[in-house]
Design a binder for this molecule. Structure first.
Ligand code: PGA
Length: 259
């Protein structure tokens, strides 16, 4: 089954008002290839700017996190309703930086995934193992545990087709080391199988992105794998030319694939 690929930029905590405006201008000036969906996920504070500059663009956008509560006394947080006011489509959840720095647990992340789906937005749920876990042969066990809590509640969730999963090996994030296409494909196929067991109707349509030092010079080999449906791109998404190049490669592969 052909799934529309998603090339999503995770800007993390980067940019200034001026650099964001400039990046958006470069992105909106370009002609976007049809077969691929592009999205950018800026820091919260730049969402109004992104919403304004992308108002007439095909490019979608989202946030990098959301609060687990709908409103109230939660200092420093941002709610789903606030994201909806700015027409966000995506929310990155469970990124390894949030798991490591802010101690977000699988249960906590699953709760946010469920809320996000219920409100009609698309979570981009990140999963991935550390280098030590891979070296100890624990990769699949870690991925299974990260998915399990979400999948336990998944069959009860409306809007499950909106879920996106990103496989991001922690050792490949921001390091310049990339998983080989075969390593990534093995985990992507495993993820799809886990989803198939919990929610069989959604497995074939599920978009599974690869993230971790994806760049124009390694993207095509990764994106050519059958279960890799796009990329979650950090560093290279801050450069319009590189981000668009990855999308163009993805578009070419999609148009030439027959399955
Ligand atoms: P990177 O980041 O492309 O800079 O490795 C990916 C991510 O953390 O989402």
């Amino acid at each position: 089954m052909k799934r529309k690929p998603l090339i999503a930029g995770n800007w993390k905590m980067n940019g200034t008002r001026a650099s964001v405006a400039n990046l958006l201008e470069e992105l909106t000036r370009a002609e976007l290839p049809d077969a691929v969906e592009f999205a950018v996920c800026p820091p919260y504070i730049y969402l109004p700017l992104v919403a304004e500059q992308l108002a007439h663009s095909e490019m979608t956008y989202g946030a990098q996190n959301v609060c687990h509560l709908p409103d109230g006394a939660v200092t420093g947080e941002i709610s789903l309703a606030m994201l909806q006011e700015y027409q966000c489509r995506y929310v990155i959840l469970g990124h390894s930086e949030r798991r490591a720095i802010f101690h977000e647990s699988n249960d906590w992340i699953a709760k946010k995934v469920a809320m996000t789906l219920e409100q009609g937005l698309s979570p981009i749920l990140c999963v991935g193992e550390t280098e030590a876990e891979r070296d100890n042969g624990q990769t699949m066990g870690i991925i299974q545990a990260q998915l399990a809590v979400v999948l336990q509640i998944a069959h009860n969730l409306a809007n499950l087709q909106a879920l996106v999963i990103a496989y991001e090996p922690v050792w490949a994030i921001g390091t310049g080391k990339t998983a080989t296409p075969e390593q990534a494909q093995e985990v992507h196929a495993f993820i799809r199988e886990q989803v198939r067991q919990a929610a069989p109707d959604y497995a074939d349509g599920l978009r599974i992105l690869y993230g971790g030092s994806m760049k124009p010079d390694n993207a095509a080999d990764l994106l050519a794998m059958p279960d890799i449906d796009g990329g979650l791109i950090g560093g290279a998404s801050l450069n319009a030319e590189q981000f668009l190049q990855i999308g163009q490669q993805c578009n070419k592969l999609y148009l030439s694939s027959t399955c």
